[in-house]
Design a protein around this ligand. Structure first.
Ligand SMILES: [Zn+2]
Length: 391
């Protein structure tokens, strides 16, 4: 395929995006920027001057230097624009606002009783309220990122038929959100959005290729390959929760048999925990009891590690990634579970003799689902897919 010719204007925009993407990771001086994006210092000075005038970046502090003039650092200007994040999950619906640097400014849980259209009304009202409270001009809203369990049709903006999510089946959610808010909106499945956020704002930034696995009411997976989200042919995501870990297992809602979710999702784990003690109501309770010496709870953690490690080995044998990042319920005191998973994966994965695959816990902040949802829009901006203009 022939490369696209870049005219003068395009080239300038490409260089500006390169500056933004570098400043997104950390503050840099003009000289450092020139070095990392391979442009002359004069060219970087001209471009950054323009970007300061546009309000995208600003001068923010100086570099420590032993001698001579201290170079001035440049960084993203947090108030350049704002993004709304909407997270629709099986157990709760939340909204919030995120600034241009990726800071979560506010969070609100939405009343999600009633049908999907009623909840959509509540979401639109909630966004309007937050925007008003923070005194953000509507023109500064970059867009709304909406995330939901998969599968979703990201192109048409429709939630398809995720298991145990009947209320939202076949809802044209993007059309509905846009008609209520008059702000452009984009849909992504929650696992993919976590992968995008981990890459830009979490510990995933150090890896070019990684799997992000989320374990809570469902089990999802986002895949970053060569710094880009792997969406597959139709953007339906990667349904790790519906891959088979027991060929003789029960039939799942999805139609497959012995799916991982039937054994390792929150409800599956709590079901087996209640067989031991009806008092165990959450994953943290299981972990706390195991730490206190409860053998039955320790057995549950061992079994959970077996199922998750089996799925991870299947994944890393299929896709040669640099790391696996885990999130969801399991971030609570994760040491026991994590060390069991690491042992199994690093004794069973094909690559074990060449290298150990890092398996780490997400470093995203509290209410990270809002940052994940907002990241869907921010990612489109930072890759040049969308500009600052509104609908
Ligand atoms: Zn299934």
């Amino acid at each position: 395929m022939k490369p696209k010719a870049a005219n003068h204007k395009n080239l300038k925009e490409i260089n500006k995006l390169a500056i933004l993407n570098n400043l997104r990771k950390r503050k840099l001086s003009r000289a450092e920027l020139a070095r990392v994006i391979h442009l002359s210092r004069a060219a970087v000075s001209l471009l950054t001057e323009e970007m300061i005038e546009e309000g995208q970046i600003h001068e923010t502090g100086t570099v420590r230097s032993c001698a001579g003039r201290r170079p001035i650092l440049l960084g993203l200007r947090p108030d350049y624009c704002y993004t709304a994040g909407v997270s629709i999950a099986r157990d709760k619906t939340g909204i919030g606002l995120v600034d241009f640097q990726g800071n979560i400014l506010c969070y609100m849980e939405i009343d999600d009783t009633g049908n999907a259209y009623k909840i959509l009304d509540n979401i639109a009202e909630g966004i309007a309220l937050l925007v008003e409270q923070l005194k953000i001009p509507y023109g500064k809203l970059l867009g709304i990122g909406v995330i939901s369990p998969g599968p979703v049709d990201t192109k048409d903006g429709r939630i398809l038929k995720p298991a145990n999510f009947t209320k939202w089946h076949d809802i044209d959610i993007i059309k509905e959100v846009q008609s209520r808010t008059h702000i452009r909106a984009f849909l992504e499945n929650n696992a993919n959005s976590i992968a995008i956020a981990e890459k830009s704002y979490g510990c995933g930034g150090q890896f070019e290729s990684m799997i992000v696995m989320t374990v809570d009411t469902g089990i999802g997976m986002g895949v970053i390959l060569n710094n880009q989200l792997f969406k597959g042919g139709n953007g339906f995501g990667n349904e790790i929760g519906h891959t088979c870990v027991d060929i003789n297992g029960e039939v799942c809602d999805c139609g497959n048999r012995g799916c991982l979710e039937l054994y390792a999702s929150r409800s599956a784990v709590l079901k087996s925990a209640r067989n031991i003690s009806p008092a165990v109501e959450s994953w943290p309770a299981i972990v706390d009891r195991a730490i206190d010496g409860d053998k039955a709870c320790m057995d549950i953690i061992h079994r959970q590690a077996e199922y998750l490690a089996t799925a991870i080995v299947n994944c890393v044998n299929l896709i040669d990634v640099d790391a696996v990042i885990m999130t969801g319920d399991i971030v609570y005191k994760p040491d026991i579970l994590l060390s069991l998973i690491r042992q199994r994966v690093n004794s069973q994965a094909i690559a074990r003799n060449m290298r150990k695959i890092p398996i780490i816990i997400s470093s995203l902040p509290e209410h990270s689902e809002i940052l994940c949802a907002a990241s869907v829009v921010l990612e489109k901006y930072f890759t040049g897919e969308i500009g600052p203009s509104q609908l």
